[in-house]
Design a protein around this ligand. Sequence first.
Ligand code: KG4
Ligand code: ZN
Length: 346
Amino acid sequence: MERKDAPILGIESSCDETAAAVLAPDGRILAERVLSQIADHAVFGGVVPEIAARAHLAVLDALVKDALREAGLGFADLDAIAATAGPGLIGGLLVGTGYAKGAALAAGKPYLAVNHLEAHALTARLPGLSPVQPDFPYLLLLLSGGHSQCVAVEGVGRYRLLGTTLDDAVGEAFDKTAKLLGLPYPGGPALEAMAREGNAAAVPLPRPLLHRAGCDFSFSGLKTAVALLVAAEPPGALPRARVADIAASFQASVTDILGDRLEHALALCPDASAIVVAGGVAANGAIRARLAEVAARRGKPLIAPPLRLCTDNAVMVAWAGLERLRAGMAADTLAAPCKPRWPLES
Ligand code: KG4
Ligand code: ZN
């Protein structure tokens, strides 16, 4: 198989974003495209896997060709083709990896089956992203709709899971709580906006696992506490001021939990060169501010990639592929399966 120092194509389709990106061999972004399916799923209040898979299939080919056109390249000019092979929704994974394998076979290029979590984990090392490219090991806080994890990133392909959620992911807790409060999907941004109007001390809410050893998370008790509160309210729509107070109190609880868990994670990875946050929840201003406070107190730089690279995208997939090639790791065969479950440390 032909290998050369040439650009790499990345494809992401594991959830509700279809994305393609082309990176130069040094990691420079030559083209990036993301299409969100939020509008397709909003009326159902969450991602519907079958709709997601069909939507990926409908747009992926045009999206990839558009990205290649902007980069001024064809498949024949690439070094390799990388696609997210898990974890995620099987339908979307099959669409993305099927496309990538077909293109790799036709163009005679290596295929790379990328772990989506690894892609999030390595994004912070993308050249030019922050003044300091973090050295291994660094601490990753992955806070998304599907994942809540503290990971010691010790090298390409070397990840130590320090803690994870025992139930809901943090973004999922935002989404479910927002739904309880009658806010639109996705709930995180809507809930943050309401929280700005509210009083965070108005409603006492639990802070599950606070100060507990290790750095696992648990959010379902917090969500249940909000559900019980809402159920005890007089019938009819909640007054806006009440929604705002509950939103602010919920966000304050999550912020306290994440700050505390970060402290504990640092104790488990004391030689971390930096703290990296990724995932859609990293967009939350209050949470970012608290993590920055903890980082400053511990004398560690906090690296939060720009939001478009924090949420699901294909730049991170292409970059993870490049990191693997540069680390001398072998490409995958076309028989490599999709893995809806694929723990980072495996
Ligand atoms: O990383 P992401 O785009 O997708 C995956 O889950 O992989 O994260 C989406 C999650 C959703 O749960 C969304 O509600 C949450 O991130 N989110 C936020 C905010 N913006 C997005 N949560 C809290 N505050 C926000 N501003
Ligand atoms: Zn993700």
